[in-house]
Structures are given as structure tokens and as C-alpha cells.
Write a protein that binds this ligand. Structure first.
Ligand code: ZN
Length: 336
């Protein structure tokens, strides 16, 4: 099988680079110069910025390489923050969280342990959260693991810029795909899961987390929420290993209170009130994440989870809708 070949080294791990493919036609890629690679089959040309290839099909994606590079360059040109800006950042970064990163790390560690127990030296695709995302250190700690990360934004540490809807890899490249807090931000999550499936090896594992009871949390790019059953159906061409609550009804309440407080303070024709509320309100409600350690064990938390996780193995069989409905675990009680 022909491998992609680059005369200039890319930021993509050496073992993965030959399996990079054109996001448009999945053809083999070759170097044009240090700043470009091109597709041998369809002649499409892709920019490379400081070793990071931008493998996005501008015709099909909602993200355009031109805008991605312009945003990156504008960010680099931005003057360092003033003393007041640094102080504001210091205060903001010390705001207590309403979400439990510890709980998210425990779930990610469990997945890393499962992966390490099943595969030696796994190649792992990390979607969207970069090299500093939650649980990534657990993946990096797997002996001889190769991590390849990408996002739709360019940064100095990014390996690759790509769109999850047209992954620029040869089919069957990865042992595992990790997509934490990503699928709600993709305009077509069903196509995204098909792409995840395509780039996995035949016994490959997927680990995904998605919010449920949470308001819109990224401007423009936040499209959908999944119930637990909807998540199982989204991954119906996988064999589910675990699908459960990351954070339960207490964190859902904290989210709702945080949005209420932001709405209240910005409802007097003063939008900046939302930002003040964002950094002040959490001091009142951060403790709810501790209560969640108890509350999330209730089946009601399955119905009103703040977020779910899914772990599955690629399967030849497709779960039927009847099988999926049979996997309901909540209570389904209405509060009215
Ligand atoms: Zn091509």
C-alpha cells in the first residue's frame, strides 16, 4: 500500500504521518515545500504552518484554512496583556469550578487502564482537546502509546488541524479514538461517528464524553445534546462496554443556577453583567460538585445527568433500535 511521504518533518508522530490522507479524496499526500503538501490523486494543496499540516477540505468543511491561519496569526500579533488584564486573568483563573475535573479524570483513567490491558503500544487519536485535555496524561502514561491530537484551531503545540467530519487518515489507522466534549460541537455527529469508526482498527476502542443538562457553552459551535439512549444509538455500530453518568443531577443544578445568575445580571440591558456573574456565581455553588458524589448514584441522575461517557468497541454488528430501547436505565419521572 502506498504511504504518504513528506520530505520536511511534520508535527504529526512519525508512525502516523505515512497514513495521513487527503481529506477530500483520501489520496496519498506528498510534500510540495515546507509550507505545502499536495494530494497525489486529486492535486488538492494543503498549507503546513511550522510543521502543522492543515488538512481541511475548504469546500466541504464549515472551517476554512484561510480563517484558521488568519486567527492564529492575529493571536500571535496580539500584544501581551496589561497589568490590569493579567490581574483579571489571575482572578478569573482562580474561580472555583462547578464541574468536577477529578471525576472526569477518574473516568478517563479507567478508559486508559482498559486500553492498556487490551493493547500493547496503542496508537490513539485524541479529538479536539489538545495535548493538555482532561485525562490525556493517563493516555500518555500507557507504555509506548502514540498519541495523535488534532483540532480545528491552530496553536504552536498543535500536531494537526483537521475536521472530524473528514478525517485525513487512512482507514484502520488507530487502536483508540478519544473524543471528550466534542460530539455536541460537530454539526453532523452521525457522520463524525462514522469517521471515527472508519479510522479505527477492527478491534478498536472509542471513548467519548458529552454534556446533557448544560446550556450552550461555545458561541456558534454548539449544536446538540444526547440522552444516554441517544448516545447508545449514535454508537450503534459499536459494542457498548460502558455508558453511564460522568456527573449527575447536582452538577446539572449547578449549571442551571450558573446560567440563571448570568441571565439575571445581564437582563438589565447590561451584557457585561453575564461575565461578572460567571466569575462570582461559582463561589456560591461550587460545593454542589461534592454533593454530586452522592447524587449521581441515583437512577434519577441518569435521567438528568450533567454529562455522560461512552466506551465501546468497534463491532461488525449493529445494535437494533429494540436492543437500544432495552438498555434504558433511568426512572423517566416527570417533575410536573
Ligand atoms: Zn485528494
Amino acid at each position: 500500500m502506498t504511504a504518504s511521504f513528506f520530505e520536511q518533518p511534520l508535527n504529526v508522530p512519525a508512525g502516523i504521518a505515512p497514513r495521513l490522507r487527503c481529506p477530500s479524496c483520501r489520496g496519498v499526500l506528498r510534500t510540495v515545500s515546507a509550507a505545502d503538501v499536495h494530494c497525489v490523486d486529486c492535486s488538492a494543496q494543503y498549507a503546513v504552518v511550522n510543521g502543522t499540516p492543515i488538512l481541511i477540505d475548504a469546500e466541504r468543511s464549515i472551517f476554512t484554512p484561510k480563517e484558521i491561519i488568519a486567527t492564529y496569526e492575529a493571536e500571535r500579533r496580539r500584544p501581551p496583556p496589561s497589568a490590569l488584564g493579567r490581574l483579571a486573568w489571575a482572578v478569573a483563573s482562580r474561580t472555583p469550578h462547578v464541574t468536577s475535573y477529578r471525576r472526569q479524570e477518574i473516568i478517563a483513567q479507567r478508559f486508559a487502564d482498559l486500553l492498556a490491558s487490551r493493547m500493547k503500544a496503542p496508537t490513539i487519536l485524541v479529538v479536539g482537546s489538545g495535548t493538555e485535555g482532561i485525562g490525556v496524561s493517563a493516555l500518555q502514561a500507557i507504555p509506548d502509546a502514540t498519541l495523535c491530537e488534532f483540532d480545528v484551531y491552530l496553536t504552536d503545540s498543535r500536531m494537526l488541524v483537521a475536521d472530524l467530519l473528514d478525517l485525513p487518515f487512512e482507514s484502520g489507522t488507530f487502536d483508540a479514538v478519544v473524543a471528550q466534549g466534542v460530539l455536541e460541537h460537530v454539526i453532523d455527529p452521525h457522520r463524525a461517528v462514522e469517521e471515527i469508526r472508519r479510522v479505527l482498527k477492527s478491534d478498536g476502542l472509542v471513548f467519548s464524553t458529552t454534556p446533557f443538562v448544560l446550556g450552550v457553552h461555545l458561541p456558534v459551535a454548539d449544536y446538540t445534546r444526547f440522552t444516554r439512549l441517544a448516545l447508545l444509538r449514535l454508537f450503534r455500530r459499536f459494542k457498548p462496554i460502558e455508558c453511564d453518568v460522568v456527573e449527575g443531577a447536582a452538577v446539572s443544578l449547578a449549571y442551571a443556577l450558573a446560567y440563571f445568575w448570568m441571565a439575571l445580571l445581564s437582563s438589565f440591558g447590561w451584557p457585561a453583567g453575564a461575565k461578572i456573574a460567571k466569575y462570582s456565581g461559582n463561589y456560591l455553588i461550587f460545593w454542589l460538585r461534592w454533593v454530586d458524589g452522592l447524587v449521581r448514584r441515583s437512577p434519577v441522575s441518569i435521567d438528568a445527568a450533567a454529562s455522560y461517557y461512552y466506551v465501546g468497541q468497534l463491532s461488525e454488528a449493529t445494535l437494533s433500535d429494540r436492543e437500544i430501547v432495552g438498555m434504558f436505565k433511568g426512572l423517566g419521572l416527570c417533575p410536573w
